[in-house]
Design a protein around this ligand. Structure first.
Ligand SMILES: [Zn+2]
Length: 348
């Protein structure tokens, strides 16, 4: 073959190669084109290996052209490769693009249990009246839970305050306290008068759970001890508390009652939350609902604490669940402890 003819052929090879390179739609087909036009079995390689059979003059001409064609094809491949790579990267970035206009996921905010809210409000009300918040042990001795509170061993009141007894290290069986009242004598043993404290905490009673009762619930005990305290102070304090927690139009009513550790003793009612006092089904047409027990501290309790005989004071005990039921119109006390999210969310 004439060298001019081979050069012409090389020109065809170059044109075909450049066309297939510029027509490669992606890097994979570009690689196929590279193998086809520069690989060992390519036409260019065949021409290249035939060089050694040519005359010196032909080899010079054809060899130069082979090198030019190879360089042109290599240049075309690397420039096409750069284009395809950046296009593919751009495409991938576009596919994987983060849509910053999408609304974010809001973290779920919790809320306090309704009992916690009520507890905080009641404590706030008494702190505002000058009381301190103190806490006592949940497992108590018979002495502080009963005897020091004027409930001796054979007292009939013990049957309504039966509780859980735990195995102790001494002969005396410790018990799950039936009220937070043991802190009355514990505080008075520790400090001289005056004493103004509220004592929140969990207590136990011998109850079969139903809509109104639980065997374990939260109580706040209040104790005010000073010289010259009267029943009027008790009534005024409870009315101030009721207005703070339930609203300015709230009223309290004291009815005679009995507790071993207070004398005189009273059940304290507040105006019905449903009818405001006119009488309805939830208050049994009374207009009032019972909220707590209270009274003047019994002289025997002061005696147990070692306080002087002319000291005076009042005490009261209120169940947090009962306040929460009244305030929110909750019909079943057990709902507070079932952790039903729908119920709890309704207080948001
Ligand atoms: Zn009512």
């Amino acid at each position: 073959m004439e060298s001019t003819e081979i050069v012409q052929q090389l020109d065809d090879i170059r044109r075909a190669a450049l066309a297939s390179i510029s027509g490669s739609p992606d890097t994979a087909s570009l690689e196929e084109a590279r193998v086809a036009h520069l690989g060992r079995k390519s036409k260019l390689s065949k021409v290249s290996s035939s060089l050694r059979e040519m005359s010196d003059a032909d080899r010079r001409v054809v060899g130069k052209t082979v090198n030019e064609v190879r360089a042109a094809i290599e240049d075309a491949i690397s420039s096409r490769l750069a284009d395809l790579t950046s296009a593919e990267r751009a495409g991938r970035l576009e596919r994987e693009r983060v849509d910053v206009t999408l609304p974010g996921r809001k973290p779920e905010l919790g809320l306090p249990n309704p009992l916690t809210s009520v507890l905080d409000d009641v404590l706030d009300a008494f702190v505002g009246l000058g009381y301190r918040v103190v806490e006592g042990p949940e497992v108590e001795t018979d002495y502080y839970n009963f005897q020091a509170l004027n409930i001796p061993e054979d007292h009939p009141a013990r049957s309504m305050w039966d509780t859980v007894y735990v195995q102790g290290e001494t002969d005396e069986l410790p018990l799950f306290r039936t009220h937070t009242s043991p802190m009355q004598v514990r505080m008075m043993e520790k400090e001289p008068p005056p004493v103004y404290v509220v004592v929140p905490g969990r207590v136990a009673r011998r109850e079969t759970p139903d809509a109104k009762h639980l065997a374990s619930f939260m109580q706040i005990e209040g104790l005010a001890v000073d010289y010259g305290i009267s029943m009027a102070d008790l009534a005024g304090t409870l009315e101030a508390f009721a207005r703070e927690v339930f609203g300015a139009s709230q009223k309290v009513r004291l009815r005679p009652s009995y507790f071993p550790f207070t004398e005189p003793s009273a059940e304290v009612d507040v105006l019905c939350f449903n009818c405001g006092g006119s009488g309805c089904r939830s208050c049994g047409r009374e207009g009032w609902i019972e909220l707590l027990g209270a009274g003047m501290v019994h002289p025997n309790v002061f005696k147990a604490a070692g306080y002087p005989p002319d000291i005076t004071g009042f005490a009261f005990g209120v169940g947090i669940e009962r306040i929460a039921m009244a305030r929110y119109g909750v019909e079943d006390i057990r709902w507070f402890y079932e952790n039903d999210l729908e119920f709890l969310e309704s207080f948001r």
